[in-house]
Write a protein that binds this ligand. Sequence first.
Ligand SMILES: Cc1cc2nc3c(=O)[nH]c(=O)nc-3n(C[C@H](O)[C@H](O)[C@H](O)COP(=O)(O)OP(=O)(O)OC[C@H]3O[C@@H](n4cnc5c(N)ncnc54)[C@H](O)[C@@H]3O)c2cc1C
Length: 240
Amino acid sequence: MPHYYATLNKREAIAEGTFAFYFDKPAGFTFKAGQFVELTLTNPPETDSEGNSRAFSIASAPSEPHLMFATRMRETAFKRVMRTLPLGTNVQIDGPFGNLILHNNTARAAVLLAGGIGITPFRSIVVRAAKEQLPHRLFLFYSNRRPEDAAFLGELQALRAENANYTLVDTMTEVKRGSNSWKGENGRISKEMLIRHLGDLKGPLYYLAGPPGMVGAMQHVLDTAGVNSDDIRPEEFAGY
Ligand SMILES: Cc1cc2nc3c(=O)[nH]c(=O)nc-3n(C[C@H](O)[C@H](O)[C@H](O)COP(=O)(O)OP(=O)(O)OC[C@H]3O[C@@H](n4cnc5c(N)ncnc54)[C@H](O)[C@@H]3O)c2cc1C
């Protein structure tokens, strides 16, 4: 598989402690909504034992002009370098990888369960669904501690007006610790919350993304609800 090189074009804060990075799309690079890449810093000014590469889901949709990634900024060498990377710098991109891709059978609903930064592959999928007017019934459950932590929240809410087949259930687990008011759901994504919005849990296909603890908890909820393991597609963001 060839290496690709992508040029940093823009960086912006999109939630508290969370940045989006926009890169020019390398010539010849194609991907499907929901896939990820291995992003490598070439000649970074510092490094640590975790090395210069990280897996990142592509948060942009294939039809959008840039490759966009989003991440929680933490005090690791990799992320310190990302925070100050001069615009115009090239990074190495390998991939795309992964099978977190919307199924073909439009008769079956897709239920996307995102914890925090696990929203990245699902932003790509729901933007694609709106742009291509896909007939799939899509339910996105998006859980964060507080509204200020929720990347892309306004955009994901606005997409409701563009796609009648899309339902967003946004929920906060620690809203009292934030300073924003909140009118959506409260608490973790639970069997009860899923049943309230989906009715029968056994028809749809489920896509899970986020930190391993969150993905494991969602897997448990679905297992105890009797959902067939063939209908569950988990993607753990190892490293959180
Ligand atoms: C398929 C896939 C897709 C992914 N997509 C994304 C994505 O879209 N966006 C994204 O942000 N990440 C994504 N990740 C995770 C990403 O690859 C990194 O592992 C993650 O961002 C953490 O990188 P880091 O540099 O902050 O920590 P690392 O240096 O990789 O940290 C390694 C270990 O140190 C611990 N650690 C480091 N810093 C802290 C801290 N401040 N507090 C507590 N513990 C700490 C972590 O728990 C971890 O176990 C994905 C991973 C996979 C496998």
